[in-house]
Design a protein around this ligand. Structure first.
Ligand code: TXA
Ligand code: MG
Length: 320
């Protein structure tokens, strides 16, 4: 049984007690819902991987209520400190050198590294304060599927596989955090996300992009088919016939069999916050109406549009 907890004082306290007791509780953040569990307990961490059916080599992000709580587990050098000051609490994850005495079970991340983040919403941080230990939380979806931006999305994929969901309403940003690796020389962008890379480069200089060196794969979840609906997805659609469903951004071309409008006014932030709900809704519409697949209109590659396009490209990859 997965219980649905409201964002009241009592609901938050119950979620915190469950997490402290080693149970799995999904909770809202500004980006997407996370599937939370104590990072310091090996058996809880193993349950996170099992609930998501996540490959064991894809590491987990630890969540903290404030920057000062992160220093017990990770080393924040000067670059990390200036990024933390500028963007935490907020949709940024830093991969940092892990301290020897970090309160983190071995299964959380590769030896010596730790991905950490301080999420934006006050309620999420109140929850984390009550838990009092680092909370590992990957996105609360089955591995490879679409990330959840509401409590209902979480239950669609994980009902019966986790202990509770704390309903903090729809996520404001709607795309996962930007992930920056600071463990290997020049800062590397592992995943574009809620904070646009230009704001980061303005502060710390250029970022190495993934795939531009021959080092080992550092964010495995980011390369294979990911964020994927069941229906086939095609990109850059300029027309659409009645046998297809359309993910629209602005004026709708043709007469699609179903339409989900990301933003009629062409607002990229609104589109980001609606993207995963749109893919889920269209997936259901394709199945219900017997359509051929989903066609997505093109999205300008500016600001958070870069992260939207990253997710759409991965969602359109051939499936394993
Ligand atoms: O916005 C977010 O980051 C959400 C919310 C819940 O905080 N979490 C999230 O977690 O998106 P997940 O597990 O779905 O994605 C984390 C990404 C994965 O691509 C993973 O490979 C990478 O971060 N990652 C985690 N720990 C890492 C580490 N130690 N080194 C390199 N990459 C790491
Ligand atoms: Mg994920």
């Amino acid at each position: 049984m997965t219980s649905l907890l409201p964002a009241t004082d009592a609901g938050i306290a119950e979620a915190a007690d469950m997490l402290r007791g080693g149970l799995l509780v999904a909770f809202g953040t500004e980006t997407v819902y996370g599937l939370g569990g104590r990072a310091d307990r090996a058996e809880t961490v193993a349950r996170i991987y099992a609930a998501k059916q996540r490959p064991l080599h894809n590491p987990l992000i630890c969540h903290y209520p404030q920057t000062s709580d992160t220093v017990a587990d990770a080393e924040l050098g000067p670059l990390a400190q200036s990024l933390a000051e500028a963007f935490w609490p907020g949709p940024l994850t830093l991969v940092l050198p892990r301290r020897d005495k970090a309160r983190v079970a071995a299964g959380v991340a590769p030896a010596g590294t730790l991905a950490i983040r301080v999420p934006g919403p006050d309620t999420t941080r109140r929850l984390l304060t009550l838990v009092g230990v680092p909370v590992a939380a990957p996105s609360a979806n089955r591995a490879g599927r679409i990330s959840p931006t509401t409590a209902a999305h979480v239950l669609e994929g994980l009902d019966g596989r986790i202990d509770a969901v704390l309903d903090l309403g729809p996520c404001a940003v709607g795309l996962e955090s930007t992930v920056i690796d600071l463990t290997r020389g020049a800062p590397r962008l592992l995943r574009p996300g809620g904070i646009e890379p230009a704001r980061i480069t303005a502060l710390i200089g250029p970022l190495t992009e993934p795939g531009t060196d021959s080092g080992p794969l550092r964010a495995p979840g980011q390369l294979a088919s990911h964020y994927a609906p069941v229906a086939p997805l095609r990109l850059e659609a300029t027309r659409c016939d009645p046998a297809e469903a359309l993910l629209a951004f602005g004026a709708v071309p043709g007469s699609p069999g179903a339409v989900y409008q990301l933003s009629a006014a062409g607002d990229l932030n609104q589109a980001a916050s609606r993207l995963f709900d749109g893919l889920r809704w269209l997936d259901t519409a394709v199945a219900a109406r017997g359509l051929r697949g989903i066609a997505a209109m093109s999205i300008p590659n500016q600001g958070i549009g870069e992260a939207i396009n990253d997710r759409l490209r991965r969602a359109a990859q051939p499936r394993a």
